[in-house]
Design a protein around this ligand. Sequence first.
Ligand code: ADP
Length: 398
Amino acid sequence: MAPEIKYNKIFIDNQWVEAEDINAAVKAAKRAFHRNSEWRLMDASQRGKILNKFADLVERDADYLAELETYNNGMVLSMCRRFIGASAYHIRYNASLADKIQGSTIPCDGDAFSYTLKQPVGVCGLILPWNVPMLMFISKVTTALAAGCTVVVKPAEQTPLTALALAALLAEAGMPPGVVNVVPGFGETAGATLTHHPDVALISFTGSLEVGKLIQQAAGTNNLKRVVLELGGKSPLVIMNDADHETMMNKVLGYIEKGKSEGAKLLTGGKRIGTTGFYIEPAVFADVKDDMAIAKEEIFGPVQSIFKFNTLEEAIDRANATNYGLAAGIFTSSIETALQFSKHVEAGNVWVNTYLHHGPQLPFGGFKESGIGRENGLDAVNSYLEVKTVTISLPKKV
Ligand code: ADP
């Protein structure tokens, strides 16, 4: 049953819980967003300088942060180290955006002069998933800060550690008090309080479609929050190493069984490897039909489905016959085929003769039920800005 929610408190199992921490954080973020606050009076270029200093500190503490992320999430250390490099790069990209947010002058009809201002939307609630905790924190937080917003971050309940360490580094870099607030907590309590809070202007969320739908509903409850939703698709590769390993392994094995029982042909792999750890042989299925579970649902495991098609048109129609639309790829030597596929496939990212090519400059997000809005690049910063159109009466003739 959906929990009852009153203002900043949430009533679950006969008691008011966790809302107080979120409430305090939103209050601090609201104070820091006041038009006369240190943050709002700061030059945009100074915001960029603080973010660049933050990147320096992330690099200074790279070894510590990489190890902490391994404890946090179970990702292997070498991969965490790579993510630190990517994180610092990402911060610097957003740092450089801070003083390049510009409106335009508009030649409107009549005796008037019009221009637009792009202004920070306000207090942003950033709800993070557990799969790439540090990079997610950095991507959302530094985009919001480049735009001039203040933030309350709720890391995933499984992975709060690096978010707290990064908040300390932001403070060391010179972020004024109240601009960045991190509140670890559960989704149904801390997360839901944030998404219902009347003083939060925007929620940026990365996670499951199911929770994304709850967030979109909550966003319209006490005010009209903007929402940025990145809800996954069919392409992520995830490694887990805690007790849930077993559940996840069984879920993936369940899909493999389902694939076989629905008539797909398992060409190789698909069995558990040994009895230590929770490893599965990469599985490849042939003869997969579009309506099978392994064709439609996100498996989050090493399972590859192979479909045969005859024409490009057919491939596009079948690729689009899913509620998701996060990413798609094509391998071809024909430029016309590449351009036609890229134009007509319903996905937020299209890769041609490559796959999973990402970068801080490149917008990332989904069509359809894969999400709303974009992370990264100039399109991401636009999500954190309101456009204000100013029109001044001004006769054309002097
Ligand atoms: P995943 O599949 O990545 O675990 P979830 O959507 O379950 O995705 O969780 C992603 C984030 O959403 C986590 O930080 C979690 O605590 C939070 N969350 C879960 N339920 C809610 C909710 N009802 N309201 C707000 N946040 C939630």
